[in-house]
Design a protein. Structure first.
Length: 720
């Protein structure tokens, strides 16, 4: 057993019998506990290695646990059933596939193959796969599998408004096709395990008898299917130990069910709950800020992180600062990054954690301008994203018609009936005539040309006519942003993503709007913008690993850095607007957990920032400081002005770097102004006239005549 365990960890290791829930806060050593518990059970003869089941969420976690266990108990570690949920499910199904009508060498389909199969099925059913992308349909099907719902278990009236009620039929056909081709997808690896256990009690009993001890990592991230699978396997011996942190449950969008961890003691009567609260990562102020914030969640089991005994808990307070706009926020972040570097912090110990992907663009460009190496983790760099490359390709063709690579990228995107055969003819013509593909297209659409079939010629002419219109806009010397808007609109590219049901469609639209914003703010001409993009793309990668990391908060879970920047803490960005508009209390609490995760990634320093004005999706908006700021305990904060006075009940205002007429207090109106209430007609100098729908403190929800509903600070509007 690990002699370095603290008393809390020791209890978690040695409490072997019955159901145990280990609430392991951020940085409290959960991997050490899991590994030590396995070693303790095996070393003390409580079970043979093959009688232990340890389940993780990632292959990386399984590998790390296996290596640590091997270091303690030697070669016997290889006999433990250790792996991800899917890997263990696969191992079971390989042994018993024949009982379900498969052979043991069944194939596991990846995402692309799943989508292709579903596309074939949909096309056979005469379903428009452009308006209803297979990926979106697959999301629904996988959602059912995550809930442990086979075809026969899905209510017949489910999703009646989607695909004219055909989706359940598609699910049935999809499963039949998988079985006929001796294939499964990842969702089946647990769903079919559940079907196997229900249909063959003897098989279930075999595994129930075998697994005397079950250990589960990241239990807060389990979905319903995983939960049911674990409960079935634990019924015989009841020795199940689940390690997790309800305060870090941030994946409901991919099926995770926080209720699994919250109701653990009800699912397993007489269960023991052990809290790991000694943190080996962060300073006292970081832990105090994070703990104070998360206490505002009602749906939690409760724990408070503290600096572990023997650790140096001293350190800087959490810095919170307000700035005028996003550009100033990026500039200050760069200044602080350079300060951190000069003080001895390597770039690879610095992270910028954002709530939504479009935020990365401003920081990427600031790092490039400052010559600071960076990497985007868990996603493409802004100018490398598919939709941005497509938009830039359209602009490249406008600026330089001989750019064949750009033309061929977008000639049939969105689909406009210009197929591979037509493209081959275009390329061959260009080669034969020693001209560009664009010029070849002009030749082939002439009336006298008979090279192309009638339909292909018509589609190509429509495409070329579109570019003729766009060229006229170029000649009119309109602003680069206006030209880009016309390109995205008239090409049908924007409509393609608006009509798409694909899960990533909204994010792509947001990135395109961000691109328009970049042009509007920084470039008068398309040529200047394209030169900028080419320089960005050609920046030396510098190939060393000493780079600042930029990533979303979701991607940061499980990582840690010396210095963490958390920009964009404004209502509508963080918490996200969807959580505020549609999610209710449950969604808001998940956003708060995400904030908790962000703060606890830091070992030494945290810098939180927010802006008074920000261009979001190509619209300038006045921002309200995130409600989470007022929930941070002021004794752990530092910053400009009266920064520690974020509590809403206080009659204090925060003054960022310039004079901004906002207040973070709960008073409804600054002195001398008429109190604006529900039903008032108001005027905003940017958004025009509107009617107040509701008010909460100093926040007004207003229906504007031209742009729809927005939440605005009362100080920014006048009653009319």
């Amino acid at each position: 057993m690990d002699i370095d365990l603290n008393p809390e960890q020791t209890k978690a290791v040695e409490t072997t019998e019955g159901a145990v829930l280990v609430l392991s806060g951020a940085g409290t050593g959960k991997t050490r506990v899991l590994t030590s518990r396995l070693a303790y059970i095996i070393s003390n003869g409580l079970a043979a290695p093959w009688e232990c089941l340890a389940v993780t969420f990632t292959n990386r976690a399984a590998t790390e646990m296996g290596e640590r266990l091997s270091g303690i108990i030697g070669p016997a570690a290889s006999q433990v059933w250790l792996g991800t949920f899917h890997r263990i499910g696969l191992r079971i199904l390989r042994r018993h596939a024949e009982l379900l009508g498969y052979t043991s060498n069944f194939t596991i389909l990846g995402q692309d193959d799943q989508e292709r199969l579903l596309k074939q099925i949909m096309e056979a059913e005469n379903i428009d796969v452009k308006k209803n992308p297979p990926r979106a349909v697959l999301e629904v099907i996988q959602g059912w599998k995550d809930k442990g719902l086979s075809v026969s278990m899905v209510p017949t009236n489910t999703h009646e408004d989607f695909l004219n009620g055909k989706i359940l039929s598609l699910y049935r056909t999809y499963q039949d096709r998988l079985k006929n081709t001796n294939a499964m997808d990842f969702g089946d690896l647990l769903l079919l395990c559940l079907e196997l256990f229900k249909a063959h009690k003897d098989i279930l009993e075999k595994y129930q008898n075998q697994f005397r001890y079950i250990l589960v990592d990241e239990y807060q991230d389990t979905n319903v299917s995983q939960y049911l699978w674990l409960r079935l396997l634990a019924q015989k011996h009841g020795n199940i130990c689940c390690v997790g942190d309800d305060d870090q449950s941030i994946y409901s969008w991919r099926g995770a069910e926080i209720g699994n961890i919250l109701k653990f003691d009800r699912d397993f009567p007489n269960a023991q709950i052990i809290r790991l609260e000694s943190n080996y990562r962060s300073t006292e102020h970081i832990l105090g800020a994070a703990s104070g914030l998360i206490r505002h969640n009602e749906g939690r089991l409760g724990k408070d992180l503290k600096v572990a005994e023997g650790q140096d808990g001293s350190g800087d307070k959490v810095s919170v600062s307000g700035v005028w706009d996003g550009r100033e926020e990026a500039s200050r972040l760069i200044e602080q990054t350079e300060t951190e570097k000069r003080s001895g912090t390597p770039y690879n110990e610095i992270a910028v954690l954002v709530r939504v992907g479009f935020q990365t663009r401003e920081f990427e460009e600031a790092f490039i301008s400052a010559g600071i190496p960076y990497q985007v983790i868990g996603g493409a760099k802004f100018y490398d994203r598919e939709e941005i490359r497509d938009a830039v390709a359209y602009l490249r063709v406008l600026a330089q018609q001989n750019d064949d690579l750009a033309l061929l990228r977008i000639i049939n995107k969105p689909r406009r009936g210009i197929g591979d055969a037509t493209i081959q003819i275009l390329q061959q013509t260009a080669l034969n005539e020693h001209i560009s593909v664009f010029s070849a297209a002009r030749l082939l659409i002439r009336e006298e040309s008979t090279v192309l079939k009638t339909a292909a010629k018509k589609n190509l002419r429509i495409f070329m006519d579109m570019f003729s219109r766009l060229e006229s806009y170029m000649d009119a010397d309109i602003d680069a942003s206006d030209l880009a808007e016309k390109v995205l609109s008239e090409s049908g590219y924007l409509a393609m993503w608006k009509e798409s049901n694909a899960p990533e469609a909204q994010g792509r639209l947001e990135n395109l709007q961000e691109l328009i914003g970049v042009l509007r703010e920084n470039f008068k001409s398309i040529h200047a913008f394209l030169e900028h993009v080419s320089l960005v793309s050609d920046v030396d990668d510098m190939s060393n690993d000493d780079k600042v990391s930029i990533m979303t908060l979701h991607a940061a879970k499980g990582l840690e850095f010396n210095t963490v920047f958390l920009p964009g803490w404004e209502d509508g960005i963080f918490p996200h607007q969807r959580a505020l508009d549609e999610g209710g209390q449950r969604a808001l609490e998940e956003e708060r957990r995400l904030a908790y995760v962000g703060i606890t990634r830091a070992r030494k320093k945290v810098f939180i920032s927010f802006a008074a004005n920000r261009r979001v999706y190509n619209q300038w908006q006045n921002n309200i400081p995130s409600r989470f700021l007022s929930e941070l305990p002021p004794e752990h904060l530092t910053g400009e002005g009266s920064i520690v006075g974020f509590k809403r009940q206080r009659q204090e205002s925060f003054t960022p770097s310039r004079s901004i007429p906002w207040s973070s207090s709960s008073h409804t109106q600054s002195s001398g102004k008429q109190q604006i209430r529900k039903g008032f007609r108001v005027y905003h100098n940017r958004f025009g006239y509107g009617v107040v729908l509701s008010s909460e403190g100093n926040r007004l929800k207003i229906a504007f005549e031209d742009i729809g509903v927005k939440t605005i600070m009362a100080d920014f509007v006048e009653a009319v």
